[in-house]
Design a protein around this ligand. Structure first.
Ligand code: SAH
Length: 355
């Protein structure tokens, strides 16, 4: 039986409550103690309370007995020729998830998973070929970042990992409760201190969760749109049968009214499927309804997939059409695809338990 609490499951306030109720730290010292823990662990990379020299020895022992710092481990690392690193992270229960570190000239981005497997079965996405196994807990989400920070020796003020995107395996808004706690930890000023503009949550469009995300998360939001009308979107993304584009637009308007930042529309370019001028025209009409920018993504192939990537010159043409109508369109270069670390290529072998 699990008796120890996992530190990465607790936001700052929850840690204070735990220190008070379970370890008996008096009220007036709670803030100081929680701060000492958050600073040491999240900013300096402390991995064992024995070395928390800012607190008395008996408290170090109490902390060690009651709280564990990290239960996950990296079992495999793949390095792409472009410097992208793909990590396989093994959870305490034996399940595995992938996360990816993407170095760029001016920033370093980590792409994090929110579930083991995925329930959405988007036809172009490799993660969708793996059944949903489970939602990740806050600690399993935060662990991915902490493990990679440790690998990169990213402690102190430097922030080698400057940006965090929830674009790994799974659908973050289906795991909203745990996502919220994890993001509170990522944003906490006493610890990791990532700002709202350093974090992007990507959703396939779980419309009935978007307002809650606006009110309680507040980071950038990306919508995996991939098709500008219901008929086509339904064919490639079954989730569209449940949440139609009209409803999504309504929710995204709300999101931008609260968060005051444009929505990133992700649009993977599938040859002969969604890359026609007519699609571009419909996309522009959609973009006119709320603040947005579109990211055109090169389709990353994977074994067994039936789609092909749109040729580069046609992606450029599509992009130019949107720009000429006065909207923002960017072409996203694929990263890490030689080690299947690019968007839509992540998949682990964890399967749903039979019991
Ligand atoms: N479930 C969330 C988080 C996953 S993000 C979501 O759908 O947004 C992963 C992104 O990569 C999504 O935009 C997804 O649609 C896109 N993607 C999936 N398969 C891809 C592929 N083969 N090539 C390029 N992008 C892909």
């Amino acid at each position: 039986m699990e008796i120890q609490k996992k530190l990465f499951d607790l936001n700052y306030e929850e840690l204070k409550t735990f220190l008070n109720k379970k370890i008996g730290i008096e009220e007036k010292k709670l803030n100081m103690r929680a701060q000492q823990v958050f600073t040491a662990v999240y900013q300096k990379g402390l991995s064992d309370f024995k070395n928390l020299t800012t607190v008395p020895i008996d408290l170090r022992e109490q902390l060690n007995k009651n709280i564990s710092i990290n239960n996950c481990k990296i079992t495999t690392t793949h390095t792409s020729s472009d410097g992208t690193l793909k990590f396989l992270v093994q959870l305490r229960d034996g399940n595995k998830v992938e996360c990816v570190y993407i170095p760029e000239r001016t920033r370093g981005t980590i792409c994090i998973s929110s579930q083991v497997g995925c329930s959405l079965t988007c036809t172009f996405c490799r993660s969708g070929t793996q059944r949903l196994v489970k939602n990740l807990s806050p600690s399993e989400i935060v662990s991915q970042l902490m493990l990679v920070k440790d690998r990169l020796k990213d402690w102190g003020d430097q922030k080698i990992i400057s940006n965090i995107v929830f674009m790994g395996q799974g659908e973050p808004l289906i795991n909203l409760k745990n996502l919220k706690t994890a993001i509170q930890i990522l944003k906490d000023k006493n610890g990791l201190n990532y700002g709202n503009k350093k974090i992007t949550v990507s959703t396939s469009g779980i419309a009935n969760k978007i307002s809650e995300a606006a009110d309680e998360i507040g980071t950038y939001l990306a919508l995996s749109l991939h098709a500008p009308n219901d008929e086509l979107r339904e064919k490639i993304m079954p989730i569209n049968k449940k949440f139609k584009i009209k409803e999504l637009i309504k929710q995204l308007k709300y999101y931008t009214s609260v968060v005051k930042e444009p929505i990133f529309l992700e649009y993977v370019m599938l040859k002969g499927v969604n890359d026609t001028e007519d699609c571009a025209k419909q996309l522009v009409k959609l973009m006119s309804q709320f603040p947005s920018k579109v990211n055109l993504i090169e389709f990353n192939s994977w074994p067994g997939v039936k789609f092909e990537p749109t040729e580069r010159k046609n992606i450029e043409k599509f992009s130019k059409y949107i720009q000429d109508k006065g909207y923002m369109s960017f072409i996203r270069r694929s990263r890490g695809d030689d080690v299947l670390a690019a968007c839509g290529q992540l998949r682990t072998e964890s399967e749903k338990s039979q019991y």
